[in-house]
Design a binder for this molecule. Structure first.
Ligand code: 3HC
Ligand code: NAI
Length: 701
């Protein structure tokens, strides 16, 4: 038997090719890494279909993607640039109107514009394990290539609203159940496309134009989602527009598409779109570090020292990611407390559906061990210290670790503020020492600051990033200073809040202004949650070195002197009891007393003024963090605040916000505030330079 003749494959452009087999033509997409619907991809598909329609031999077309996925969406990098023909919506209409039927085979993640292309084809087949979704809302837009019109025609209004307003992908099985796809088939996308196109040509695969279907009106579903969104997402713009667009899907297709286009344009012009897309790229940009090419050290087993709030959370995170973990504590009582917290955390993961119950038992019986002696960590590949925030305690732990840890083990501290260089200096292996700063609760919060000290070896930094990936966290590289990126900025802007409180704003006014701005919690709610005693201890630690010129607000210390440490004691700036949460009148009395003592007549702060001072303070210190080289780029600071400090995602982070406000305006604000307190409010050199010469933080990314 001879080999079959090679089927003719022709190249349309760099990313699209066509293979012809008798009456069948296959269009292959190859635009790595995710087959984004870039200009070249759109143009290539259109040119290919145009040519095939004119080819009298071709009776059916199969469309599929090469590589790890079918089209994962429009090319987000093109957003905000002048559009280039063919637009994705026009391409989708063109495909739908093709006289030659097209079957689309999807695999990987057919998201956004990818699913919209698929819905415009005349039949859809998915490989097992495919995820489909319309995640545009997470980028501040809506499916703008007919998704809001074609999804309801295929899957109904309620299911489409669910997908479009949540942005969450669904499985191929679910997509089949709701009618988004026609069948699931295993094999290679190319082979399935060939076979399905043959079925199309033989008229054995049922197909139709989605636009010819009608949407069943569902006003109840529309009203219910509107009501829910008003409650859950009052500050966001695009989810509400998604509902408006889906509502229009009962109109004839052309009219519905026109409405969708209008709403899409409104979303594109919203600053929320820019903020959310910046956040999308921030999550990925932070992985681009100088040490990215280093080979990370192998990590199989992890030791955690300290089973308090952080240690038990870190141990939980590592266990959930599949690591073997050994926990150590000062004594058996500490160990028992730590183990009980880990068990509770894992039970919580089971309740939230994140972990199977039998898996939890397996973890507890097989993956977790404990000891009161550091020598139990002698075989650990990575050891994370999370004991009290006291330098002497940390020094003594690391001195001991230097003796017991095996060669090449990574020695990490979870310290919030302390100097990693000093901690490393007590060992004979400072190259192996690093800061791994987790955030509370450590098994939930996505941020991990990876703090590279002076002598940390590059492969140890790479190991921190590899660990974060395994823990599904966002790692950001930070340098050593008091508080690294996040807490250094936090320590600064907390003072701006305290100054406003002293000068006349109540904690609840400040918190409300900041939650209305989009923060999950205001600063005083955060103080109460984290425990006021932690800030009190920091205040005491810094008292000796605090410059006399610095304005100091003793209100938090006085609240702590009453034994009120926030939520955990039921009282702080607020009262927490069975009647709910409300301002603590005794804290307000302390505030009044301190104002009187300082001779301050309280003045009124508008919410805008509160936000302005708070955010300007945050940006000022963030710029100094950048100037000092503690953060690599502005976008790293944005990622820290988005993933660790509840900064509103739709605002893109403090540096993105700084660009929105503008350097000149920020300088003007700081100079105005400096008339009250020229020590606290100082214009960072970089900001002044930008105000004078132009430029943006985005350019520095
Ligand atoms: N456009 C441009 N670049 C994209 C992209 C897109 N839609 N999706 C991913 N990328 C880039 C990433 O930035 C990353 O680049 P980098 O390597 O330079 O950092 C690279 O592709 C790989 O991405 P991930 O690291 O995220 O790879 P994963 O395998 O972890 O995830 C994914 C793959 C699930 C496809 C994920 O990238 C993703 O969710 N992408 C966004 C999907 C999306 O939102 N699609 C809708 C776009 S909007 C739209 O379609 C509008 C339309 O309705 C008109
Ligand atoms: P914690 O007080 O809840 O826990 C500390 C634990 O360390 C205690 O259980 C204590 O018994 C144990 N411990 C003390 N000395 C020890 C020793 N020699 N050997 C073994 N165990 C010892 O404190 P928390 O909040 O967990 O903080 C731990 C570290 O994490 C600190 O450095 C802190 O700054 C940092 N951190 C805290 C965050 C928070 O939100 N609480 C967030 C990020 C970092």
């Amino acid at each position: 038997m001879g080999t079959a003749p090679q089927a003719p494959v022709s190249t349309v452009n760099d990313v699209v090719s066509v293979e012809k087999r008798g009456a069948i033509a296959l269009i292959a997409l190859n635009n790595p890494p995710v087959n984004a619907a870039s200009h070249a991809l759109r143009q290539g598909i259109q040119q290919a279909v145009e040519a095939l329609q004119k080819d009298p031999d071709v009776e059916a077309i199969g469309l599929y993607g090469e590589g790890r996925t079918f089209i994962a969406g429009a090319d987000i990098r093109e957003f905000g640039k002048p559009p280039q023909d063919p637009w994705l919506p026009d391409l989708c209409s063109f495909l739908e109107n093709s006289e030659t039927p097209i079957v689309c085979v999807i695999h990987g993640t057919a998201l956004g514009g990818g699913l919209e292309v698929a819905m415009s084809c005349h039949a859809r087949i998915a490989l097992p394990g495919t995820k489909v979704g319309l995640p545009e809302v997470t980028l501040g837009i809506l499916p703008g290539a007919g998704g809001t019109q074609r999804a309801p025609r295929l899957a109904g209004v309620a299911a489409s609203l669910d997908m479009i307003t949540s942005g969450k992908p669904i499985s191929a099985d679910k997509a089949l159940e709701i009618g988004l796809i026609d069948r699931i088939e295993d094999g290679s996308p190319r082979d399935i496309a060939l076979q399905a196109a043959q079925e199309l040509a033989a008229a054995t695969l049922i197909h139709c134009r989605t636009g010819n279907l009608e949407t069943n009106p569902d006003p109840e579903a529309i009203a219910a989602v509107r009501q829910k969104l008003q409650k859950t997402q009052p500050l966001l713009f695009s989810p509400h527009k998604c509902v408006d667009a889906v509502e229009a899907s009962t109109l004839p297709l052309a009219e519905g598409l026109k409405k969708e286009r209008g709403y899409f344009q409104e979303c594109m012009e919203s600053p929320q779109r820019a903020g959310l897309i910046h956040a999308f790229f921030a999550e990925r940009a932070v992985a681009k570090i100088p040490e990215a090419k280093e080979t990370p050290r192998e990590i199989g087993s992890i030791g955690v020292i300290g089973g308090g709030t952080m240690g038990s959370g870190i141990a939980t995170a590592c266990l959930l990611a599949g690591y073997d973990v050994t926990l150590t504590e000062r004594d058996q009582a500490g160990l028992d407390r730590g183990l009980a917290t880990i068990t509770k955390n894992l039970e919580g993961a089971v309740k939230r559906g994140k972990l199977a119950a039998d898996k939890k038992d397996l973890i507890l019986s097989g993956k977790l061990s404990s000891a009161v002696d550091l020598s139990a960590l002698s075989q650990a590949d990575l050891i994370i210290e999370a004991v009290f925030e006291e330098m002497d305690v940390k020094r003594s732990i690391f001195t001991e670790l230097d003796k017991v840890a095996k060669d090449g083990a990574v020695l990490a501290s979870n310290t919030s503020y302390l100097d990693i260089d000093e901690i490393a200096s007590v060992t004979n292996r400072p190259q192996d020492v690093i800061g791994l700063h987790f955030f509370s609760p450590a098994h939930v919060m996505r941020l991990l600051e990876v703090v590279a000290a002076n002598k940390t070896a590059p492969d140890v930094v790479a190991t921190g990033f590899a660990l974060a990936k395994k823990l599904k966290k966002v790692a950001v590289r930070a340098g050593v200073c008091d508080g690294f990126i996040g807490n250094r900025i936090l320590s600064f802007y907390k003072r701006a809040a305290d100054y406003m409180m002293m000068d006349g704003a109540s904690p609840v006014e400040i918190d409300t202004a900041m939650t209305d701005f989009g923060f999950a919690m205001g600063p005083y709610q955060v103080y109460d949650l984290a425990g006021l005693d932690i800030s009190w201890a920091t205040n005491k630690r810094r008292a000796a070195t605090r410059p006399a010129i610095e304005r100091y607000i003793p209100i938090l210390d006085r609240i702590c002197e009453e034994g009120w440490f926030g939520r955990k004691t039921g009282r702080g700036f607020y009262i927490y009891d069975d009647d709910g949460i409300r301002p603590n009148p005794d804290a307000l009395k302390i505030i009044d007393e301190e104002r009187a003592k300082a001779g301050i007549t309280p003045k009124k702060f508008t919410p805008e003024e509160i936000v302005s001072r708070f955010i300007t303070a945050m940006i000022s210190e963030a710029i100094r963090v950048l100037e000092d080289g503690i953060a690599l780029r502005p976008i790293d600071i944005d990622a820290v605040y988005l993933f660790g400090y509840g900064f509103p995602r739709f605002r893109g982070g403090p540096m993105h916000t700084a660009d929105q406000i503008g350097a000149a305006e920020l300088v003007k604000r700081i100079e105005k505030f400096a008339r009250e307190d020229g020590y606290y409010w100082q214009v960072p050199g970089l900001l002044r330079h930008m105000a004078e010469t132009g430029g943006s933080f985005a350019e520095k990314n």
